[in-house]
Design a protein around this ligand. Structure first.
Ligand code: F6P
Length: 374
């Protein structure tokens, strides 16, 4: 019998459990495989912390948020251990061999695709990946699971902010996740009818934004909603990055640090949205408030669309595994799935292209995208 390992890695999102269920049910019941789950991402693989998945313990997972396997952001080749980052590739490979695993299935975003490819290239093991993230920034797939649920949550938040902003005649700035991509802010901003949408792909001009808000007031609209992606940058900040004066990093998470006990953690960075709210209030003279949606966007039950994608991806993965088709990512294409070489995905990011129909449409309904020329 074929044996597969499975792990979830990087930030969690709704649909992970549904995907684990999809892979495991099809692999066990249809193809007679043995399925081993590793806990807490690559960390559990390196530390050999595993559980056998069977038909019973993967039942009831379809609607459950989070991941029953646990997750971490640890990379096999730079794992924080005892106060420093260590290359644990050999330990990961040894544990794959110990369990006689034919292929390791890794569920994750951009970082996970890279780490899985690393294990294949440097460790010589077979891998197969699925694209999960609320950020929707994985290359070569139409979308990722987790994104649709997060977009619904953010849209509902924008709807709710509308009623209170209207009552108080305020500007409300709403910070939306998405890392360095604008998909989540743009999608929920359009769906929620935000008046201004700021995304990393379009550096914003503060004065253009203030002018747009004042123009709304002049025409009798006494409130405004600004949807700002956590990774949005002003024209000046984008220029500093382009000139190499500042490094482009994760917008809200610092690099890993160690405390005095050698415990590893990622400190959180100060949000951009607070500063923007203050600046906007000063420039417009309109009272402004800020709201952070934060990890609410990653929690709770997956939407029907994400449950469907997770199940399609999971079962397609099992089909490919049964045929011995490894070292691919299962991508969403239209309403179905197809395998793409992992090599063509690893290390790439899918940002919002400037000619994307969502940008065009936002512009046509009169949304300010932070730049007068767009
Ligand atoms: O990648 C998913 C994501 O939620 C990003 O949108 C966000 O920048 C980041 O993770 C937050 O990371 P953490 O959960 O480590 O604070």
């Amino acid at each position: 019998t074929r044996c597969i390992g499975i792990l979830t890695s990087g930030g969690d999102c709704p649909g992970l459990n549904a995907a684990i269920r999809g892979v495991a049910k099809a692999a066990i019941n249809r193809y007679g495989m043995k399925v081993i789950g590793f806990q807490d991402g690559f960390r559990g693989l390196v530390e050999n912390r595993s559980i056998i998945l069977d038909d019973r313990n993967v039942s009831g997972l379809l609607t459950m948020g989070g991941t029953i396997l646990g997750t971490s952001r640890d990379k096999p080749h730079k794992m924080p251990i005892g106060g420093k980052k260590q290359d644990m590739t050999a330990a990961a490979v040894e544990n794959i061999k110990r369990h006689q695993i034919d292929c390791l299935v890794c569920l994750g975003g951009g970082g996970t695709q890279k780490n899985a490819y690393h294990l294949h290239k440097k460790g010589g093991i077979n891998v197969l990946t699925l694209p999960k993230t609320i950020d929707n920034d994985v290359a070569r797939t139409d979308t990722t699971f987790g994104f649709d649920t997060a977009m619904s949550i953010a849209t509902e938040a924008i709807d709710r902010l509308h009623t209170t902003a209207t009552s108080h005649h305020r500007i409300i700035v709403c910070e939306i996740m998405g890392n360095n991509a604008g998909w989540l802010a743009l999608g929920s901003g359009i769906a929620g009818g935000a008046d201004v949408i700021l995304i990393p792909e379009i550096p914003y001009n503060l004065h253009a934004v203030a002018e747009h808000l004042m123009e709304r007031r002049r025409t009798g609209k006494r409130f405004s909603i600004i949807a700002i992606a956590e990774g949005a940058k002003s024209v000046e900040e984008a220029q500093a990055i382009a000139e190499g004066k500042t490094r482009k990093t994760s917008p809200r998470r610092e690099e890993v640090k160690f405390d005095e006990h050698g415990f590893a953690y990622h400190p959180v960075k100060e949000p951009k949205a607070s500063q923007l709210t203050r600046q906007i209030q000063e420039l417009t003279g309109i009272e402004a408030r800020v709201t952070f949606l934060g990890h609410v966007q990653r929690g709770g039950i997956p939407s029907p669309t994400d449950r469907l994608y997770s199940t399609l991806l999971g079962t397609k993965a099992a089909e490919l595994l049964a045929r011995g088709e490894y070292n691919v990512m299962v991508a969403i294409k239209g309403r179905s799935c197809q395998a793409v070489p992992l090599k063509s995905v690893a290390g790439k990011k899918k940002l919002v292209p400037l000619d994307h129909p969502w940008i065009q449409s936002a512009m046509l309904v009169g949304t300010c995208l932070g730049d007068r020329s767009i």
